[in-house]
Design a protein around this ligand. Structure first.
Ligand SMILES: Cc1ncc(COP(=O)(O)O)c(C=O)c1O
Length: 386
């Protein structure tokens, strides 16, 4: 008998509105643009695009990306020797852990933070230590205290990982003042900071502050970007901005030496996508669609949820971070919610050292207006009748 093997990672259960998802809207994946970009590449430079690629990533994408980042963010474009094309932000983080850490090293992580980045770091046997955050993002004073105390104990952390812009899961963005303070601390403590910025371009009200990477004079900030959220996760393509020294270290890794640059063909297609002006267009489409969905969800939560629930309306990204009424543990409550036809991810998964029991991560990018309203209504109903 032939087993039916899945082609895709998500698992949508019939009858449940899967607010636990973290995917872009499948209907907004730009298939026609990919057809056009792929045709350009195959007609114009098939042999180059189908060869083993340069370790750093193909020059055509690096050049397009640098110009695009400068244009999109109103910043000086990064120098090409500060860019590495990656197999997405996850692969870049994995490579950094492999090259810059040893098993048993300590890594500081923002709490709450992207739960699967915690998994990547645990794969490398890092000891994870939480640094708290609040409505202005990572608590930089708490970070300074932790760094000072670890320095006194002769146990400096190897790195700090954070999602400063439209955080997954909280949606919160680190303020400009704290970004500056963090850039200074990184320099003072010679701390490697991994700024995972995959949602930066997806703002719905006003542009976020400049990246920490762009504010830091020292070379110890590494900024990760990805095409997963702005183009398509199936590309498995992203980028790393870092000091030329760190980029060189990655470029000399065995895996790139042996196999060449990652996802070389899709990197060519992405370069053509940018060159044709399709990426800017796609981002405007996503901003408009996701802004509307965010508003629909937030209004529906307002209408249906008990008054003692709390959330901060996210200014960008994919998620609403919902705090349930006191005494409700979101993990224990999940079966009741799913029985009522709505899911979420319990908050504890986003904390490395405990916390988040009352919180739920709720996605809004993948659902229609009707589904968002119905999901909020189901959640409200089950909370009112608990
Ligand atoms: C903060 C954050 N970083 C990284 C990723 C994964 O990025 P990629 O698909 O580029 O590996 C995600 C996806 O949910 C994310 O939310």
């Amino acid at each position: 008998m032939m087993l039916t093997l899945p082609d895709v990672q998500y698992d949508l259960r019939p009858g449940i509105i899967e607010f636990r998802a973290g995917h872009p809207d499948l209907a907004l994946l730009p298939a026609a643009g990919f057809l056009q970009a792929t045709q350009v590449i195959l007609e114009r430079e098939a042999s180059r695009a189908l060869s083993y690629g340069a370790e750093q990533g193909p020059g055509c994408l690096i050049n397009q990306l640098c110009a695009w980042l400068g244009r999109m963010q109103g910043e000086t474009p990064p120098a090409t020797e500060q860019v590495l094309i990656s197999g997405g932000a996850s692969q870049a983080l994995d490579m950094l852990c492999m090259l810059l850490t040893e098993p048993g090293d300590m890594a500081l992580v923002q709490s709450p933070t992207y739960h699967l980045a915690l998994r990547v770091m645990r794969d490398h046997r890092l000891e994870l230590v939480s640094v708290p955050s609040d409505d202005e993002g990572l608590n930089v004073d708490a970070l300074e205290e932790t760094l000072t105390s670890l320095q006194r104990r002769g146990r400096p952390p190897r790195l700090l990982y954070l999602v400063p812009t439209f955080n997954n899961p909280s949606g919160i963005t680190l303020t400009l003042e704290r970004r500056r303070a963090l850039a200074e601390l990184a320099q003072q403590f010679k701390l490697i900071v991994v700024e995972d910025d995959v949602y930066y371009q997806l703002w719905y009200d006003r542009p976020p502050p400049p990246s920490i990477y762009s504010l830091a004079p020292s070379g110890s900030i590494i900024r990760l970007g990805s095409f997963s959220k702005i183009l398509a996760p199936g590309l498995r393509l992203g980028w790393m901005l870092a000091s030329p020294e760190i980029v060189r270290r990655c470029v000399k890794s065995g895996v790139l030496d042996s196999g060449g640059g990652l996802n070389h063909f899709t990197a060519h297609v992405a370069a053509a996508f940018i060159e044709l002006g399709l990426l800017d267009q796609q981002i405007y489409t996503l901003r408009n669609a996701y802004r509307e969905r965010r508003d629909v969800l937030v209004n529906a939560l307002e209408e249906h949820l008990p008054q003692d629930c709390r959330w901060v309306t996210p200014q960008g990204g994919f998620f609403v971070w919902l705090r349930l009424p006191a005494q409700i543990d979101s993990a224990s409550f999940l079966p009741a919610a799913e029985a009522a036809g709505v899911s979420y991810i319990p908050g504890t998964l986003f904390f490395a050292n405990g916390g988040g029991e009352r919180y739920c991560r709720v996605n809004f990018t993948m659902f229609s207006r009707d589904e968002l309203e119905e999901g909020a209504r189901r959640l409200g109903n089950v909370l009112h009748h608990r």
